[in-house]
Design a protein around this ligand. Structure first.
Ligand SMILES: *[C@@H]1O[C@H](CO)[C@@H](O)[C@H](O)[C@H]1NC(C)=O
Ligand SMILES: *[C@@H]1O[C@H](CO)[C@@H](O)[C@H](O)[C@H]1NC(C)=O
Length: 992
């Protein structure tokens, strides 16, 4: 009985236990089931973010380092979550310098609303999976390196408000599917490589307010359907190949604030009602199309207009606009649009501009406008900075009160028929930089008040009837680099202050006047001048020997004066001379022999002087059409074509070749050390180069000057991702000029805030234009223009040095290029030797031009401006000769010193700025101390190892590849292995 009770008790307990267990289990499993349904979404988000992270290959700011499991993903940097369900709604990774690909997993972030990856270096395509993000409102991928086609299935993101793809490398067409994005407010795809036509379906983007496809290669017509986008405010077609007639429906978009269509191939005329149908328009630009017909009179009604640019079209004559109502007008550009008739009423519209109190720029040049230059110009807004009315048919005089326009920095009246004198009030225009009054009929004296214009850069008064003296006050214009006074009736002597103005660098032309007296010694100050023309005056006395300091002269014309005496021997330093005209003077003595050595001289006129003796031998004298010596009765010899009598006493002339024996020394001594041999070899090369005829030189004319727009596009809008480096004179960007050949260029943009930079541009341009040498970075083209804000823009375009700098190859570990040092080999002996030879060859070439001096001068001025210690990062420190630091003149010796330091660096592997060089020890001393016994101690260890390895390899290969080593040295090294490296030190000094 008791047992039974016990049994039932136990079983009931068991049952109870089982039941409670079951209940418990059920509860638990219920809970887990709940949990797992919740977990699905947020876990997907976490995994998607991790795979986005995994596709980022370059992450310098370590933004995604917080992306790990120690934090909830909603706290990861750049991730936005919804407050309620803690799911990812936004990804803001802008400007973190990220590189890599956009992971397709982004399509799994199903609640995503905002994606902002602007200003990084993402590459590859936009993943198709993005098309799943139907909640997406903002997709901002501007300023990356994205490529491929724009996926049409982005049209599934039908909540999209903003789609910005500017400054990438997208190709193909604009997908027509995008036309279904009915919520889209902003669509900008500027600066890509899109082709083909704009889809008509875009007319369905009914919410669109901003649409820009500037700077692509789109073609075809603008679809008329765009005229149904009634909310459109900004519409930009700039810089494509669009053609045809701009559909009239566009001009009915009354909400338009900005409409730009420059640099396309549109034709047809502007609708006469334009000013009425676009009541909100602020900027309207059609520059460089083929528009014709009359300019609409109704523009007078577009009262909000700030910018109107109709330049370079073929409009019918007449400017029927009354600008009086356009109170906000700041720029009016009618340049070269065919608007003049030559009639006296052509400029009637000018007086209506007097009311435009915000006018900053007025460009009406090159239109054949007739009539007089209205006095009302003097009543324009005092904010006016640019006034260009050149190349018209204007008569009358310059308004005497032009001095009212106190903000003017550019004033061009060039190429008209203006009479009267230059108003004295011009001296009040303290901000003037560029003045062009040339080719008019101005008379009277040049007002001395012109010396007040201390910011003046360019002064052109040529081809007028100006009289009196050249005002010595011009000497105060210490920024003047271009002075043209030729073709006037100026008299008196040349003021010392003017001929000694060392800022003059492009051109000083005062020919065809009646200037008299001697050429002042101060001419020697013109160290940077390229062209000096004093022809057709009454100058007398001797040619001053100080002229020898003008080492950058390329063109020197002293003809048709009364110079006497001999041609100074000191002019031997003018090695860059291309044209020299001394004809029609009274020069006597012999023709200097050095003229036969000048390698660039291609035109020499010595005719009608009193020169005597033998015609020298050498380059220019071998070409009868390059020289003229007629009218000198005592000359003899020369090539038969000159038809001169042979010289009575024809002794074989001794060639004056200094330093020749030095060449023998190394041969006699044999190989002393690696360094010694290589330097001497290089020196030989250097001398050989000096004797060789010049490598092809070309002139500025053959240059294709490139537009600002092209450079903008080539460099992705000068984006920071394209920036290679910045220096004291500006920034250098990498770019692709021609999308077809994909050849990289380096664009050096000069910092226009700095006067020296501007000078440097002109100097560099001028100097480099003629230098073509296989060992120098090739300058491809140049750009001197204005940017979109009408600021001065100057840039030089070079070949891009794919292999980086010599610095990078010599000091791989410390190089700052940020590139991976994958399988970085150090340079072997032959390679290093080759570099020294190539640099020497280039140096000889540059030396002929004084270019090195020019470039170094900048570095030196840099030195004196800032603390020596703070410029430690500059490449030239350590290379410049010690005497430069003490303010000595820059000289060829200095160049040779720098070259020597480079040699030592190449073979010791030590930078001249190495930390070991303290207490008076420097690289030069180190080498000197080690020579000759302990050379091996200072030779670059890498070099020794490399040579050891090479000798092992080569002994193995000897048998089957006999001749290869020479081939390798000669060709492979020079042309394949390091095609760009040859002159990287120069690349350096040119770029920074
Ligand atoms: C996912 O959601 C569940 C349920 O709300 C929550 O318990 C869990 O912590 C979440 N996980 C993450 C990583 O947010
Ligand atoms: C993306 O981020 C940048 C930088 O913060 C910002 O200027 C830009 O307006 C953002 N894009 C959008 C569409 O909001």
């Amino acid at each position: 009985m008791a047992l039974k009770i016990l049994q039932s008790f136990v079983s009931s307990v068991l049952i109870l236990w089982c039941l409670s267990m079951l209940l418990l289990l059920d509860q638990v499993s219920h809970k887990t089931a709940l949990a797992s349904t919740r977990l699905g979404g947020n876990e997907t988000d976490r995994l998607a973010l991790l795979s986005i992270k995994a596709q980022i290959t370059h992450n310098p700011t370590l933004i995604t380092s917080s992306w790990n499991d120690s934090l909830h993903f909603c706290q990861w940097k750049g991730v936005l979550c919804g407050q309620r369900h803690l799911r990812v709604t936004g990804l803001n990774l802008e400007s973190y310098n990220l590189a890599g690909f956009i992971s397709p997993s982004i399509g799994n972030l199903s609640l995503l609303r905002i994606v902002n990856l602007t200003n990084n270096s993402f590459q590859g395509g936009i993943p198709h999976e993005m098309g799943r993000l139907f909640r997406l409102r903002v997709l901002d991928l501007r300023i990356n390196l994205l490529e491929g086609q724009i996926p049409g299935n982005l049209s599934h993101c039908n909540n999209l408000r903003i789609l910005s793809l500017d400054k990438n490398k997208f190709i193909g067409n604009l997908p027509k599917e995008l036309g279904s994005l009915s919520q889209l407010v902003e669509l900008t795809i500027q600066l890509n490589n899109l082709t083909r036509a704009i889809p008509a379906s875009f007319g369905n983007l009914s919410s669109l307010q901003r649409f820009s496809i500037a700077w692509n290669m789109l073609e075809g017509n603008i679809p008329g359907s765009l005229g149904s986008l009634k909310g459109l405010r900004f519409l930009v077609f700039t810089g494509n190949k669009l053609s045809g007639i701009i559909p009239p429906s566009i001009y009915n978009l009354s909400s338009l604030v900005l409409f730009w269509a420059p640099y396309n191939q549109f034709h047809g005329s502007l609708p006469q009602t334009l000013g009425l149908t676009l009541p909100n328009i602020k900027t309207l630009a059609f520059v460089e199309n083929q528009l014709s017909g009359f300019i609409p009179r109704s523009i007078s009604n577009a009262s909000k207009l700030e910018l109107l640019s109709l330049a370079r079209n073929n409009f019918s004559p007449g400017v029927p606009i009354n600008f009086g109502n356009l109170k906000n007008l700041s720029r009016l550009d009618l340049y070269g649009s065919g608007l003049g008739t030559g009639d006296i009423n052509d400029l009637n519209f000018i007086s209506t501009l007097v009311n435009c109190s915000k006018l900053i720029g007025l460009y009406i040049g090159n239109n054949s406008f007739g009539g007089v230059l209205p006095n009302s110009i003097a009543n324009f807004s005092t904010q006016l900075q640019l006034l260009t009315v050149g190349q018209n048919k204007l008569s009358g005089s310059i308004p005497p009160d032009i001095g009212n326009l106190v903000s003017l920095n550019t004033l061009s009246l060039y190429g008209n028929q203006l009479t009267g004198s230059i108003p004295t009030s011009i001296g009040r225009l303290h901000k003037l930089q560029d003045v062009a009054f040339g080719k008019n009929k101005l008379s009277g004296e040049i007002p001395s008040s012109i010396g007040n214009l201390t910011l003046l850069n360019i002064l052109g008064l040529e081809e007028n009837n100006l009289q009196g003296n050249i005002p010595s006050t011009l000497g105060s214009c210490q920024g003047l680099y271009w002075l043209e006074l030729y073709g006037n009736n100026l008299s008196g002597s040349i003021p010392r202050e003017v001929i000694g103005l060392s800022s003059l660098s492009i051109s000083l032309d005062i020919s065809r006047n009646s200037l008299s007296g001697p050429l002042p010694q101060e001419v020697g100050n013109l160290r940077n001048l390229g062209l000096l023309k004093l022809s057709h005056n009454k100058l007398s006395g001797e040619i001053p020997s100080s002229l020898s300091s003008c080492i950058r002269l390329q063109y020197l014309y002293l003809d048709n004066n009364s110079f006497q005496g001999v041609i100074p021997q000191s002019l031997e330093s003018l090695r860059g001379i291309e044209e020299l005209d001394l004809s029609y003077n009274s020069l006597s003595g012999e023709i200097p022999k050095f003229l036969g050595i000048f390698s660039f001289l291609r035109k020499l006129d010595l005719s009608f002087n009193d020169l005597e003796g033998a015609i020298p031998a050498g380059k220019v004298f071998q070409n009868a059409s390059a020289i003229s010596v007629s009218g000198n009765n005592k000359l003899c010899g020369g090539i038969p074509a000159l038809e001169l009598p042979s010289c009575p006493d024809e002794k074989p002339r001794k060639k004056k070749m200094p330093l020749r024996p030095a060449l023998l020394i190394p041969i006699v001594c044999g190989v002393l050390s690696i360094i010694l041999t290589s330097s001497i070899l290089s020196l030989c090369w250097l001398r050989k180069m000096r004797k060789q005829p010049s490598v092809a030189s070309s002139s500025m004319d053959s240059w294709r000057i490139i537009s600002y727009n092209k450079l903008l596009k080539a460099t992705n809008g000068f984006s920071s991702t394209n920036l290679i480096g910045t220096g004291s004179f500006g920034s250098v960007y990498k770019g692709i000029l021609n999308p077809i050949d994909q050849k990289a260029i380096a664009v050096k943009v000069f910092n226009q805030q700095r006067k020296e930079a501007r000078k440097s541009f002109l100097a560099e341009c001028k100097a480099l234009k003629n230098i073509r040498h296989r060992n120098l970075v090739k300058i491809i083209t140049a750009c001197a223009s204005v940017d979109f804000q009408a600021n001065d823009f100057k840039a030089l375009v070079y070949e891009y040095m794919e292999n980086g700098s010599l610095e990078y190859w010599l000091h791989p570990v410390l190089s700052q290029t940020g590139h991976e040092q994958e399988q970085q080999k150090s340079l072997n002996l032959l390679q290093r030797l080759g570099i020294t030879i190539d640099v020497a060859a280039a140096l000889a070439h540059v030396g002929d031009f004084g270019l090195a001096r020019l470039l170094q001068q900048h570095d030196i001025s840099e030195l004196s401006n800032s603390q020596i210690s703070s410029v430690g990062t500059k490449g030239t420190i350590g290379y410049i000769a010690p005497e430069y630091g003490m303010g000595n003149e820059v000289s060829t010796n200095g160049d040779v010193y720098s070259y020597g330091i480079l040699l030592l660096e190449l073979f010791t592997g030590k930078r001249p700025t190495d930390g070991m060089f303290i207490d008076g020890l420097d690289l030069h001393k180190l080498a000197k101390l080690a020579l000759p016994e302990r050379v091996m101690e200072i030779v670059d260890q890498n070099l020794l190892e490399e040579e050891e390895r090479a000798s092992i390899n080569s002994s193995n290969q000897m048998k089957n590849e006999k001749n290869q080593s020479t081939t390798l040295r000669q060709d492979k090294f020079k042309h394949e292995v390091f095609p760009q490296l040859k002159c990287s030190t120069f690349a350096h000094s040119i770029f920074y």
